[in-house]
Write a protein that binds this ligand. Structure first.
Ligand SMILES: *Cc1c(COP(=O)(O)O)cnc(C)c1O
Length: 429
């Protein structure tokens, strides 16, 4: 029986993991080692030439990290995955083989705030450019692209919540452009959405969030569908041209569907060094064992809390695609039939001061800049993550003065609602 034929709930526990060959340990051990003893000089040479797959040094490969990589790849339905030190590292690792000075990526305007900063500011130091477009207008994606475009980038369910990307429509455009579609699937997780089933080519994750699930370890992953034909054009020389550091090896020709993954390890991790620690991979493996159970509760609770908020006279609006009032409700039901995630915003009629009072009055909720925890989390973007922006920019980012972002946890929904109720009572007197 191949792993691909197993169901999601089985894969999230078993994919990538097997009893430890040395001890029989049932849970995947934390291989807390930096290096691995070669059998002999020939074995070492074969490993360094990429003629044999094995362990050399933990900047490149580690058995605990490899188990987590295999599990994430299986859950996403991909050919392979590379784990990284953070979600932001995964984004750089995904773009690195594709980009070069003068090349550009077309990105959705609706992204995690840190990603916007990474793409607008930091990647310019590499000579890369990001062009931002409203992804509801697929013609605009095509219009923004040119012969230097090398990727299209979006989130499946976008931060700060309420926006759902039409992945099949965007994938059609990226196919016409002859470049891969990269989807950040952090907020949806493969349980709610598998972007490869909708035409995406690469997936990135911040495993910091739902995959690990309880706010313990920062990590990321790049997953490759294995389906993009890197050799169809001369746009991706890193994957198709001879690689001098490996005696002229051509990644796509040699490794086929595993080309992007092997390049990510043999070049990306080797030289950029954004490596996941084995302890982080272990926590990620533990977390993913319960992913489907947690996500089911996350979306069930989010739906209840969003509906309760929308019906409350102290609330101006709620942006949750699970609500019929959302302009993205039909799209969410089509693409995410199990639920629209657990991340959304709502606006309080009281304005800025009331919002600040509310975050100071919550007891069960934690006031933190994180999401995807078992715990319910709240943040007032205008006074924290978005405080450097002008009121107009805050408004455009969906982070107006009276907007609060929630990441709904897996506690009792009644307790989550009761906490918001008492905090709102203190905030809106
Ligand atoms: C958190 C997050 C990131 C960044 O991940 P880190 O692990 O914090 O580096 C990227 N994208 C999304 C959607 C996120 O929520």
């Amino acid at each position: 029986m191949t792993e691909r034929s197993l169901g999601f709930d089985t894969l999230q526990i078993h994919a990538g993991a097997r009893p430890d060959p040395a001890t029989g340990a049932r849970q995947t051990p934390i291989y807390q080692t930096t290096a691995y003893v070669f059998r002999d000089a020939d074995h070492a040479a074969a490993l360094f030439n990429l003629q044999e797959v094995g362990y050399i040094y933990s900047r490149l490969t580690n058995p605990t990290v490899a188990a987590f990589q295999e599990r994430i790849a299986a859950l996403e339905g991909g050919a392979g995955a590379v784990c990284t030190s953070s979600g932001h590292a995964a984004q750089i690792m995904a773009l690195f083989p594709l980009m070069a000075p003068g090349r550009n990526v077309i990105a959705s305007t609706r992204l995690y705030g840190g990603t916007v900063t990474q793409l607008t500011q930091t990647i310019r130091r590499f000579g890369w450019e990001a062009r931002f477009v409203d992804f509801d207008d697929t013609d605009a994606i095509e219009a923004a692209a040119d012969e230097n475009t090398r990727a299209v980038f979006c989130e499946s369910i976008a931060n700060p919540g309420g926006y759902v990307t039409d992945i099949p429509a965007v994938a059609e455009v990226s196919k016409r452009l002859g470049v891969p579609l990269i989807v950040d699937n952090t907020s949806a997780t493969p349980w709610l959405c598998r972007p490869f089933d909708h035409g995406a080519d690469l997936v990135v994750h911040s495993t910091t969030k739902y995959l690990t699930g309880n706010g313990t370890a920062t990590g990321g992953a790049v997953v490759d569908s294995g389906r993009f034909d890197w050799s169809a054009s001369d746009k991706f020389p890193s994957l198709t041209e001879p690689e001098p550091a490996y005696h002229g090896l051509k990644f796509h020709e040699t490794f086929g569907a595993m080309a992007f993954t092997f390049h990510g390890i043999a070049i990306g991790l080797r030289d950029l060094g954004m490596t996941m620690a084995p302890q982080t991979a272990f926590l990620g493996l533990l977390g993913t064992e319960t992913l489907s159970l947690r996500m089911a509760r996350h979306v069930e609770n989010a739906q209840k809390v969003a509906a309760w908020l929308e019906a409350d006279p102290r609330v101006e609006f709620v942006t949750y695609a699970g609500l019929p009032s959302s302009p993205y409700h039909d799209r969410a039901r089509r693409l995410y039939p199990k639920g629209a995630g657990a991340l959304f915003t709502f606006a309080l009629k009281g304005g800025y001061e009331s919002c600040v009072k509310l975050v100071d009055s919550v007891a069960l909720f934690s006031h933190v800049a994180n999401l995807g925890d078992t715990r319910s989390l709240i943040i007032h973007s205008a006074s924290t993550t978005h405080r450097q922006l002008s009121p107009e920019q805050q408004e455009a980012a969906g982070a107006g003065a009276n907007v609060l972002r929630l990441s709904i946890g897996i506690e009792d929904a009644d307790d989550i609602i009761a906490d918001l109720d008492q905090a709102m009572a203190k905030a809106t007197v």
